[in-house]
Design a protein around this ligand. Structure first.
Ligand code: NAD
Ligand code: UDP
Length: 336
């Protein structure tokens, strides 16, 4: 049995599907602070398999220990946490509380139960400003906002834990820009309020929920002046977790990038989304957004090596098509 923290959220729900499809049993622990219970129903609908759910908070060590014991868990895939860079600047203590203290309690609970296998959702933001590209895993770490700091601190906590006890198996996965949705259109990203990220915003403009996209900066040193990112299909990303879990069959502590290795500009994404949806995405060019880098993409060789040959296979067209299917079938998200 695998404990999936934050399994009702965007990436967690897709990971649950892939874990269930791979024949694993799954129990989700989520406090639903940024998700809907409906996503769990949809996972059951896609997989036609049981999925256990515990409503609880990762900062509650007793609940985690009880869940780990009750369900006989052997490993944890840890998604739960807060993820908005913007919000982390105005509410840093909430971010340190949920992400750092929460993970600390989770690790304590695991230690208390003798469960020593964990996969952690880290982020490309731990690298900070690029000293060279692509970002390979040996790129210096230097997060530039509180959200990135929380990911960096947790990574460090995990590395220190492994040094203290080398019987742990720890996989740190640094995600680049997950987009898209399950091909069924039943699960997908359902941000609360105004989306901060590009794809959900573009999709909400295409579906008519918002009027125009703001493009933050067209004077970067990139082919068309807009920011370049490494977008990865969320199903490829989710499958990376199944591969990582298989790699944790022996003690280890590794950090690998989950990306495609290729970047697309904001304008390229807008064009691809217009094509996939058949809808216009009108936009305004705005000044740069504070804290953004011009270009960000992953070196992927280490992940493929460590994760037994895993690599992302879905292209931008598929990402946009699947994202659109989810958005058009659920124009107001899960609880419309
Ligand atoms: P999400 O907000 O959709 O999912 C997070 C889930 O965790 C939600 O269901 C939320 O209710 C739950 N949660 C939050 N705090 C909790 C707590 N204290 N106790 C229990 N549950 C809690 O986010 P996501 O996009 O699915 O991201 C999952 C993980 O991946 C996060 O850790 C995020 O930082 C990381 N990540 C995401 C991205 C991205 O672009 N989406 C990129 C890099 C890393
Ligand atoms: N972006 C934009 N308009 C938006 C949201 C994002 O132009 O409403 C740009 C942003 O400046 C960056 C790219 O889209 O160049 C990806 O941004 P996102 O927030 O999705 O990911 P991150 O910056 O965290 O990599």
């Amino acid at each position: 049995m695998i404990l999936v923290t934050g399994g009702a959220g965007y990436i967690g729900s897709h990971a649950c599907v892939e874990l269930l499809n791979a024949g694993k049993q799954v129990v989700v622990l989520d406090n639903f602070s940024n998700s809907s219970r409906t996503s769990l129903e949809r996972i059951r609908q896609i997989c036609r398999k049981p999925l256990a759910v515990v409503e609880g908070d990762i900062r509650d060590q007793a609940v985690i220990e009880k869940t780990l014991r009750e369900f006989g868990c052997t490993a944890v895939v840890h998604f739960a946490g807060l993820k908005s860079v913007f919000e982390s600047v105005s509410s840093p203590l909430d971010y340190y509380d949920n992400n750092v203290i929460g993970t600390h309690r989770l690790l304590r609970a695991m230690q208390g139960c003798g469960i020593k296998r964990i996969i952690f959702s880290s982020s490309a933001t731990v690298y900070g400003d690029p000293k060279f590209l692509p970002y390979t895993e040996d790129h210096p770490l230097g997060p530039v906002n509180p959200y990135g700091q929380t990911k960096f601190f947790v990574e460090q906590m995990l590395r220190d834990l492994f040094v203290s006890d080398r019987s742990w198996s720890i996989g740190i996965l640094r995600y680049f820009n997950p987009i898209g949705a399950h091909e069924s259109g039943l699960i997908g990203e359902d941000p609360k309020g105004v989306p901060n990220n590009l794809l959900p915003f573009v999709a909400q403009v295409a579906v008519g929920r918002r009027e125009r996209l703001n493009i933050f900066g067209n004077d970067y040193d990139t082919p068309d002046g807009t920011g370049v990112r490494d977008y990865i299909h969320v199903v490829d990303l989710a499958q990376g977790h199944v591969a990582a879990l298989a790699s944790l069959d022996k003690p280890a502590c590794f950090a690998v990038n989950l990306g495609t290795g290729r970047g697309y500009s904001v304008l390229e994404v807008v064009k691809a989304f217009e094509k996939a949806s058949g809808r216009p995405v009108p936009y305004d060019l705005r000044p740069r957004r504070a804290g953004d880098v011009a270009t960000c993409y992953a070196g992927t060789d280490l992940a493929t090596k460590v994760l037994g040959g895993w690599r992302a296979t879905k292209d931008l067209e598929t990402m946009c098509r699947d994202h659109w299917r989810w958005q058009s079938q659920n124009p107001n998200g899960y609880d419309a």
